[in-house]
Design a protein around this ligand. Structure first.
Ligand SMILES: [Zn+2]
Length: 77
């Protein structure tokens, strides 16, 4: 699935939050609300569907479950 990553940049002229594609990082952009231009390099928040973080979290969870399973197996009733 194609994913587009955006970051949020507050327009220095009108203060509205704009979603700027990461491809435009460091380029001059024009605000589509007020028409003011700004540099899209000063990143405040990056919208990343952060796959690395997600998979780390899942791996941790899996480790926990494996630990539990091991404990259960190792303890005779
Ligand atoms: Zn603006």
């Amino acid at each position: 699935m194609p994913q587009t990553t955006y970051f949020v940049k507050e327009c220095p002229t009108c203060g509205r939050k704009l979603q700027v594609r990461v491809e435009y990082l460091g380029r001059e952009m024009v605000c589509n609300h007020c028409g003011g231009d700004f540099l899209a390099g000063d990143v405040q928040d990056v919208f990343t569907p952060n796959e690395e973080d997600c998979s780390d979290a899942i791996l941790l969870r899996v480790d926990e479950l494996i630990d539990k399973a091991d404990n259960n197996l190792g303890k005779p009733k």
